[in-house]
Every structure is written in C-alpha cells, then in structure tokens.
Design a protein around this ligand. Structure first.
Ligand code: FES
Length: 168
C-alpha cells in the first residue's frame, strides 16, 4: 500500500486508467497552463439512468507532469456513474482525493484536471459557468480532435516543428 505522496503518484501512473482519445465522446474539455506549459484534455460520454444524464465513461490525454496524469486517471474513474450535477460539484481536491492533499507546488496540476472537466461540462451545455474557473489556466481549442491537434495549432509558431518528448 503506497504511503507517501510520491509512492501514490508512482502507483497511479504505473497503470493509468482511461488514457486516450474517446472518438464517440459527447463532450471534450481542454485546458493548458501558461505557467508550466502542461495540458490536459478530458472526454466525457453520457448515458441516461433513471431519467438523469449520467457520465457513462471518461477518458483523458495529458501532456503534463506525473501529478496531472495521476489526477486525470483517478478522475476518470471517479466520474463514471456520476450525474452531470454531481460532476459539477467536484473540485480539484475531490478529483485528487486518493492521492491525499497535493503539495503546494502541485495544486495547479489538480486544478487543471478540474478545469478540463468544467470545460467539458460547459461544452456539453449543462453548465452555465464561464470557461475555466481555475486561475492560471485557459481553455484551448476544444474543437480540435485530439490534444496533439490542439498542440499542433496553438502556441506553435508558424513554420516551427513540434517535438513531443514522452517522460518516463
Ligand atoms: Fe503543471 Fe503539473 S506542473 S500540471
């Protein structure tokens, strides 16, 4: 059983859940942090249960730090089965709860996942709030098919090539 924050992160990213594009998603939200340059995209698929719209499944892509990947992975598991209303109530600390309190330097990593969730719910039209409530994060091109597409078209100066380095 992992004890320390580092051990929990290692555990979560050793076998990340629900990672990858969801082609039949109903909603997608993408956020990027101008400060650290990381990005998270979250896809949601809804279903109907007992007359309520429920999240059937969620998936994510992240060009981000290990904490963002760990929180996003945990969040996709937590979101499955939640109603849209319940999902709207979830904050970064709820999404990262199994990791325990995030260190101050890593709080924005959880907020980025929360931001992607809020953006996906906003895109779905269920949430009437402004895009991205997390300070320091911004929504990026929710219409792009994949996170790579977003990266390809945002923040990359014309004529420059994009190189993505996969972190271990
Ligand atoms: Fe920016 Fe983690 S350091 S998302």
């Amino acid at each position: 059983m992992p004890e320390s924050f580092e051990e929990k992160i290692r555990d979560a990213i050793a076998n990340p859940k629900n990672m990858g594009e969801m082609r039949d998603a109903d909603a997608v939200g993408t956020v990027g942090s101008p400060e650290c340059g990381d990005m998270v995209r979250l896809w949601l698929k809804f279903t109907e249960k007992g007359g309520k719209k429920v999240i059937d499944r969620a998936s994510f892509q992240s060009f981000g730090c290990q904490t963002a990947i760990a929180v996003a992975s945990l969040a996709t598991e937590l979101l499955a089965g939640k109603t849209v209303e319940e999902a709207r109530q979830l904050g970064a600390s709820d999404l990262s709860e199994p990791l325990g309190p995030l260190p101050p330097m890593k709080i924005h990593c959880g907020q980025m996942v929360e931001g992607a969730l809020r953006e996906a719910l906003r895109v779905e039209g269920e949430a009437q709030e402004e895009p991205i409530s997390s300070p320091g994060h911004r929504a990026v091109e929710a219409s792009a098919a994949t996170l790579l597409d977003s990266l390809s078209t945002s923040g990359v100066p014309a004529g420059k090539k994009l190189r993505i380095v996969k972190l271990n």
